[in-house]
Ligand binder design. Structure first.
Ligand code: AMP
Length: 184
C-alpha cells in the first residue's frame, strides 16, 4: 500500500490567493511528480473499485487530468464538467456559491445514461458547493452518483457533510494539515 502522506510534500499553501483571507492549496506539484500522481490515483482506485463505476466525471480544471488518470486505471470512460460556454452541444447548467464568489458548471445532456455509475473527481473539497452542483448535474442525466474523489478536504468548511446529505460517499486522501484520512 502506498503512503498518501507523500502527497503533502508536493502541496504548496499560498496565503491570500485569489483574495485576502483565502489559504489556497496548490496541488499542481502532485500532478507534476509521477510518483505522487500514481499514489493518488491508486489510492482512489482502491477506494472506489468495489463501487463498480462506469464513468468518471472530472470538474474543470484540475479534475480533468486527475479524473482521466483514474478512469484509465479503472477501465472507465471520462466526461468533463465545464465552466459555462465551453461545451458545444445542449447542456444542463447549475449555478453555485464558492468559498470565494459564485460560478456555474455545465454538462452535455447526452454525456451519461441512466445505466452509468459515476465517480466525480476534483482536487480540493472546500464548502462542497462545487461538488453538490456536480452531483445535481449528473443526476439530471439520469445517471447514478456513487462517490466523490478529491485529494484534500478543508474540514472546517464542511463539504463532506454536504455530500453525505446527498447520499454521496467521499474518497478524500488528506486533510488541510496533511493528515491522511483513515478510510479514503
Ligand atoms: P467548494 O465548492 O467550496 O467545495 O470549492 C471547491 C472548488 O474550489 C474546487 O474546484 C477547488 O479547486 C477550489 N477551491 C476552493 N477553495 C480552495 C482552496 N482553499 N484551495 C484550493 N482550491 C480551492
Amino acid at each position: 500500500m502506498d503512503d498518501v502522506r507523500a502527497l503533502w510534500d508536493e502541496v504548496v499553501v499560498v496565503p491570500d490567493f485569489p483574495e485576502p483571507g483565502i489559504s489556497f492549496k496548490d496541488l499542481s506539484g502532485i500532478l507534476a511528480n509521477p510518483t505522487t500522481l500514481g499514489i493518488a490515483v491508486r489510492a482512489w482506485a482502491d477506494a472506489c473499485r468495489g463501487e463498480e463505476p462506469t464513468m468518471i466525471v472530472g470538474i474543470e480544471a484540475r479534475g480533468f487530468p486527475l479524473g482521466a488518470a483514474l478512469a484509465y486505471e479503472l477501465g472507465c470512460g471520462f466526461v468533463s464538467l465545464r465552466k459555462p460556454g465551453k461545451l458545444p452541444r445542449a447542456v444542463h447548467r447549475r449555478e453555485y456559491a464558492l468559498e470565494y464568489g459564485t460560478s456555474a458548471l455545465e454538462l452535455h445532456q447526452d454525456a451519461l445514461t441512466a445505466e452509468d455509475r459515476v465517480v466525480i473527481v476534483d482536487d480540493v473539497l472546500a464548502t462542497g458547493g462545487t461538488a453538490a452542483a456536480a452531483v445535481h448535474l449528473v443526476r439530471e442525466t439520469g445517471a447514478h452518483v456513487i462517490s466523490l474523489a478529491a485529494i484534500m478536504d478543508l474540514p472546517f468548511l464542511g463539504g463532506r457533510g454536504v455530500l453525505q446529505a446527498e447520499g454521496v460517499r467521499c474518497h478524500v486522501l488528506l486533510d488541510d494539515d496533511g493528515n491522511p484520512h483513515p478510510h479514503p
